[in-house]
Design a protein around this ligand. Structure first.
Ligand code: NAP
Length: 278
């Protein structure tokens, strides 16, 4: 019987995950189907349990349910436990297992596809929401020397950093945009400002000194943050499509025990996105 997976969220119609997993399944010869599951904002658990009880094997979890998925999972990977958020659920005989593959996806895209080694770097993350929560642990583990979390609402960044203080003494700092400091090698936009095309109120000098500006948001055309980085004199800037493909590959591995090749899928997705393929 064909194994069933899906991405659950609200909204979810825009998700590229079904296309990515269809590419992975074809490439690796895995017999699976992968759909979209729109859950009511107050109906996450009911929707997950219905999918599981109908024979579903696993889910990707997207906005706004990652914290709820973390709370609901019976068991969690160490990185999901650290992140306090789950983006991958696998339904085993022992119950639901939750993982968070966002951080691994970002690190792999930066180091493997873009060739930016993270050890010893100073990294500035803009934003302190769920995506940032998922990537702090993996960036620390990748050996960054300094990790600054700057957020529009400074107390949120400070509170988030406090949660992670135990694993990164002296390397982690939370602040507002005005207090982001300078000399950062890598700038990562983890705000949702790009969804409405907003630019961030940060100094151009931050871009001019960085080796890479990375926007977790992605789009068919240049994102607002990538345009801002380019105009600010950044050496290199790109969007988060590569992270999306890499975090999906990590989920695929957790479900199927097979690691797909990501480079051809990234190229196919970029083409599909540009052509407006749903
Ligand atoms: P979230 O939990 O809702 O957090 C949103 C963050 O954006 C908060 O820090 C918020 O600041 C900030 N923000 C919102 N509007 C802003 C604006 N106009 N100016 C400045 N800051 C603003 O969202 P999330 O789950 O962390 O997702 C963040 C982004 O990452 C989204 O664009 C998402 O698509 C992307 N993402 C991409 C991948 C990938 O694989 N490529 C994976 C995960 C997430 P306040 O605290 O001040 O409200």
């Amino acid at each position: 019987m064909t194994d069933r997976y899906a991405v659950i969220g609200n909204p979810v119609a825009h998700s590229r995950s079904p296309s990515i997993h269809a590419h992975f399944a074809r490439q690796t010869g895995q017999d699976l189907e992968y759909g979209r599951l729109l859950a009511p904002l107050d109906g996450f658990v009911v929707a997950v349990e219905h999918f599981r009880d109908a024979g579903g094997c696993g889910l990707n979890v997207t906005l706004p349910f990652k914290s709820e998925a973390h709370a609901w999972a019976a068991r969690r990977s160490a990185r999901a436990q650290v992140a306090g958020a789950v983006n991958t659920l696998r339904f085993d005989r022992d119950g639901a297992w939750g993982d968070n593959t966002d951080g691994a996806g970002l690190v792999r895209d930066l180091e493997d596809r873009l060739g930016v080694a993270l050890a010893g770097r100073s990294v500035l993350i803009l934003g302190a929401g769920g995506a940032t929560r998922g990537v702090i642990g993996p960036l620390i583990e990748a050996g960054v020397a300094r990790l600054t979390i700057a957020n529009r609402t400074a107390p949120r960044a400070i509170a988030l950093v406090d949660e992670f203080a135990g694993m990164a003494a002296g390397r982690l700092r939370g602040c507002g945009f005005d207090d982001a400091g300078d000399g950062h090698d890598l700038l990562v936009n983890a705000t949702s400002a790009g969804l409405v095309g907003d630019r961030l109120p940060i100094a151009d000098a931050l871009f001019a000194g960085a080796v890479l500006a990375y926007d977790m948001f992605y789009a068919a055309r240049e994102t607002a943050f990538v345009a801002q980085a380019r105009e600010g004199g950044c050496a290199r800037a790109c969007d988060g499509l590569g992270m999306l493909v890499e975090q999906a590959a990590e989920s695929f591995f957790a479900w199927r025990g097979v690691r797909p090749l990501t480079a051809p899928v990234y190229e196919a997705l970029r083409t599909e996105l540009a052509a407006g393929v749903a």
